[in-house]
Ligand binder design. Structure first.
Ligand SMILES: [Zn+2]
Length: 234
């Protein structure tokens, strides 16, 4: 009997120690260290998959609204690692169109390996799909069924074909009839782009160069507005 008990305890211990803690389930914004990553395998830390029922439960009625016109089968859940300005390695997540999901995994891997800082990457659903709240928190994200900041038409984010990176420091800016729209408004100090500041995206930085290389356009190149956080594939 004692032998059996010992065997059972030993089996339970082995089962626990082989569980893929802290990576399963994937928990965005949780810090991990390099020995955890080595054990789990770096390739497993950069992956894309179909939208699981658990992920859809988070999106439903938020980024994936009832009137959403894109089939769920066109979207992918992306798991990546990113590194903060403080050097912390974190799990990141994003939902995007399957037409760009592989590009995104490759781009985020290259950024991670180069130590390019991204502060936060969690689903916009964590902010109730409120884009302003997400941008204010400097959260990088892609899919969200929503309209452009000035209203009128659907954003490319509605199809998951656009990505916003470090948005607080790279705001959307539109000037028309003397009226300036800045989103998020908390990023107003970063409308002026001539100086140097953390998380700044310009044409020379690695993030911008990679997205352009993969065939995306950059919102900083737009003529009538500037959307420094925004990369989109048409
Ligand atoms: Zn955008």
């Amino acid at each position: 009997m004692r032998k059996i008990t010992f065997f059972l305890l030993f089996s339970l211990f082995s089962l626990c120690s082989t569980a893929q803690y802290p990576f399963e389930p994937w928990s965005a914004n949780i810090s991990v260290n390099s020995s955890d990553i080595d054990k789990y395998g770096i390739n497993n830390c950069f992956a894309e998959e179909e939208i699981s029922p658990a992920v859809f439960a988070r999106m439903k009625g938020k980024s994936y609204k009832d009137e959403c016109t894109i089939p769920l089968s066109e979207l992918r859940y992306i798991k990546v690692l990113h590194i903060t300005l403080e050097g912390e390695i974190k799990m990141g997540e994003m939902v995007a169109n399957r037409a760009i999901s592989r590009d995104l995994v490759a781009i985020f891997r290259a950024l991670f390996e180069a130590g390019y800082p991204i502060e936060r990457m969690v689903l916009v659903d964590n902010y109730n799909a409120d884009d302003n709240a997400s941008m204010r928190d400097n959260n990088s994200s892609a899919f969200n069924f929503r309209y452009i900041p000035t209203g009128g038409r659907l954003s490319a984010h509605s199809r998951g074909m656009a990505v916003d990176i470090n948005p607080l420091y790279n705001p959307y800016v539109r000037e028309r009839d003397g009226k300036i729209t800045i989103a998020p408004i908390e990023g107003k100090d970063f409308v002026e782009r001539s100086g140097a500041f953390p998380y700044k995206i310009d044409r020379d930085d690695l993030c911008c160069r990679l997205f352009l290389q993969y065939g995306f356009e950059w919102g900083g190149d737009y003529k009538t507005i500037k959307d420094y956080q925004h990369f989109e594939k048409r």
